[in-house]
Structures are given as C-alpha cells and as structure tokens.
Design a protein around this ligand. Sequence first.
Ligand SMILES: [Mn+2]
Length: 241
Amino acid sequence: MRWVVGDIQGCAREFEKLLSVIRFDPKLDRLWCLGDLINRGPDSLATLRIWLDIGGRSLLGNHEIHALLAYSGVRPEPPKSLRALFAAPDVDELMARLRACPVLVHLPPSGGGPGAWIVHAGLNPAWNDLPALARRLNAEPHDDAWLQSGGVRFATSVRCCTAEGLPLKYSGPPAGCTPPYQPWDSFYRGNALVVHGHWAARGFYRNRLTMGLDSGCVYGGELTAWCQEEDRLVRIPAISG
Ligand SMILES: [Mn+2]
C-alpha cells in the first residue's frame, strides 16, 4: 500500500501509533509525508529516526525550510524544539536528507486508487503544466537560494491567494480569506486530485479535486493518513501528556 501522511510536526508517538494501526510493513508498503515532519511538537529527532527507519519519503515543508536555513546560519536562531535534532551526532546526514526532499510529486494511480499530486501547502493558479514544473523545481540544486525562491516558497506556504497567485500571509480558517483572496484550491483548474497539508486551522477536508490532511495533531487534533489504493483514511487522535 502507498500511504500519504499529513503534518507530523514532531509528534513521534502519534506517528508510531499510526504505523502500528495501519500495520505498516517497510518491505511491502510505501510512505509519503506531506512535509513539516519536524518543529513545534515534542520530538522532531525521534520523528526523523522513525521516518528513516521505515524508508519513508517526504515533501519539503516550510518547517523543513526554516530548519535548514537555521542550520546553515541564514536564520540566526534555531527554534527551541529543534535543539535536540541540531545536537544529534548525525545531524549533517539528517539535514541532508531533508534538503533532498522534493516540492511537488505525482503519485500514479495505484491498485484502483486515484493518481494524485502531492504538495505541502498548495499550487499557484498560474501553474498549468504541473509535470514540467515538478521536473524543473525538483531538479534544481537544493541550495539556500532555492529554498527561498518564489516557486518553492509558494508551494510550501500558501493558504489563500488571489486569482493572479498573489499570496496572503494568513493562517486562520478558510472563511477568513476575504476577496480578492480565496483558498488557493478554489482557483485550481486541473483535473487530477491534489493532496496537501499545512493548513491546521482548516483541518481535514476533501473536495472533488483537493484534499487537506493537516488535522493539527501538534495542536491536540489528529494525525491523518490516506491510503491511495483503497482511497481510505486513518485518523490518530493526539496523545496528551
Ligand atoms: Mn506547513
């Protein structure tokens, strides 16, 4: 099975619980995280260790970008919740793994389940040729300039934007996006399913062609995973304490 998992944000215990509930088998199954594996939550380092252990893959999220820029000194202070990660003996290797993550990926249809594009936050209304964009963005050198470039920033941070693709700095629920701003997905004119994370205040939702899997585990919500073959959801409540 191929599983797509929403924002974990250092919630290692819920991640472990999810893997056990879905009986994840690294020999048979594949796991794609939507980005924001780390930061904010209780244990970013353990989350990365589990992720690597099971051969997981991930998209780049805005929290990975933030961590990578802090690690290379572009941003002055590492966030507090990343101190254990930055102090790990193999931090160079862990950061290299995060830096290698792609921004936009197509999952071909599998076992009767629909194909899907996956991206951390969303798509710009101006992006018409997703295969060409994905090839170009993912193939560019993943240096600090790339992490801060327009396309990467948009795909990893948008929630609301204008029809022309001008993003609004906003993290509240969709109803708070007032014209000319709208949730980015209301401008999506493609015909393939797009699965994304990043919008905890929106929570899990599914429309005809877009689905959001960030159900705010780090805020006491749930960790949500989607099984592509069976087009099925599994939701793990946040573990308190
Ligand atoms: Mn995010």
